[in-house]
Design a protein around this ligand. Structure first.
Ligand code: PEP
Ligand code: MN
Length: 348
């Protein structure tokens, strides 16, 4: 929809916009109002270049898009009934919980094995464990490829599918070959389009694999978040979970600005399940349960919670933001009650 700056386009302006949209196989239909005329673009109006050219015209105030730019991730797309099932649990049918350590300590595998057993016992559906880590400080522990064996051994022992972050193209294949079910794209890489494309390509034929796509702190409009998912889905596998994990500017006292409240907005635009990460949102173990429950109240389909049997012995984020398995068990119980409440009532 073209909204002109003046009450209506002059004949010359009309000719110019008509020429542009015709090049893209569209036509213009004026809608005459009492005060102002606006111009509907008939046809597929999603072409970015056409929109840019129209928006660049000095007499155009703005272009309102009626059609979604997302062919696959849009709520109204053919995939709107697509369901994602992981390890026997279907997103949307029950609250899906990912839990485990931020970072696997390769020097202390038992701590991870104990953590894995404990999160399973607490009711988690998937085991998370960082093998390669994106760290702000280049001198901080960057992860260790040897931790992949520990992650997969813990996954085998517990029967929980494994989730780990990949930061480079080469790691995608290593993770898939090892048997990882969920490739995590971290907040720092959510706008790394070559990595998103590489993941899309590698998992195109692997419907048993899912992606947990974190929201970048640099993502402003929600469309940017959904577009990142569209990048992956465009190769053929739409098993993508959207993960708000706190954004910027930080809220005084929290690690980031908790953003679980974007869940209803995401759900209006996309069918993709929303799995909120309260751990990185608030960044401190004592605040995590409240943020987790708030996320479910906002309509989240799942949670990704850093958990450790002995947080003070952990590495990476674990000492400050991992909750213990006992707190996880309690949080899952309460969060599942909230989930049931939401899904049993008309407001859900
Ligand atoms: C993590 O999950 O440990 C992590 C680094 O997350 P994020 O990318 O959200 O910072
Ligand atoms: Mn972490």
């Amino acid at each position: 929809m073209i909204i002109p700056k003046s009450h209506q386009l002059t004949p010359n302006q009309m000719a110019e916009v008509t020429k542009i949209v015709t090049e893209f196989g569209c036509s213009i239909h004026p809608i005459v109002g009492a005060m102002r005329t606006i111009y509907a673009i008939l046809g597929d109006e999603r072409d970015e270049l056409m929109i840019n050219r129209l928006e660049g015209l000095p007499y155009v105030e703005r272009i309102d898009r009626i059609q979604s730019p997302f062919k696959l991730m849009d709520r109204r797309s053919d995939l709107s009934t697509h369901r994602i099932t992981i390890g026997g649990a279907t997103l949307g049918d029950e609250l899906f919980v990912i839990a485990g350590a931020c970072t696997i300590d390769p020097k202390n595998p038992n701590l991870f094995y104990e953590t894995a057993a404990a999160v399973k016992e607490a009711g988690a559906n998937m085991l998370r464990g960082g093998v390669w880590k994106p760290r702000t400080n280049p001198y901080a522990f960057q992860g260790d490829a040897r931790s992949m064996d520990i992650l997969m051994e813990a996954s085998r022992r517990t029967g929980l599918p494994a989730d780990t972050e990949v930061m480079e193209e080469a790691q995608i294949k290593v993770a898939l070959d090892a048997g990882v079910t969920c490739l995590q794209v971290g907040a720092r890489n959510a706008l790394n389009y070559s990595l998103l494309r590489a993941i899309g390509r590698e998992i195109a034929e692997r419907r048993d694999v899912v992606v947990l796509l974190k929201r970048s702190i640099h993502m402003g409009p929600l469309n940017e978040f959904i577009s990142a998912a569209e990048y992956i889905a465009s190769f053929g596998n739409p098993n993508i979970l959207l993960c708000p994990r706190g954004t910027t500017p930080t809220l005084d006292g929290y690690r980031n600005h908790p953003d679980e409240s974007i869940t209803p907005l995401l759900k209006e635009k996309t069918w993709a399940p929303v799995v909120v990460d309260p751990s990185h949102s608030v960044g401190k173990a004592s605040y995590v349960p409240a943020c987790a429950m708030a996320a479910v109240a906002y309509g989240a389909d799942g949670l990704c919670i850093e958990t450790h049997v002995s947080p003070s012995e952990g590495i990476g984020d674990d000492p400050k933001q991992s909750i213990t398995p006992a707190v996880l068990a309690d949080t899952i119980t309460r969060a599942r009650q909230i989930w049931a409440l939401r899904h049993d009532t008309a407001v859900a």
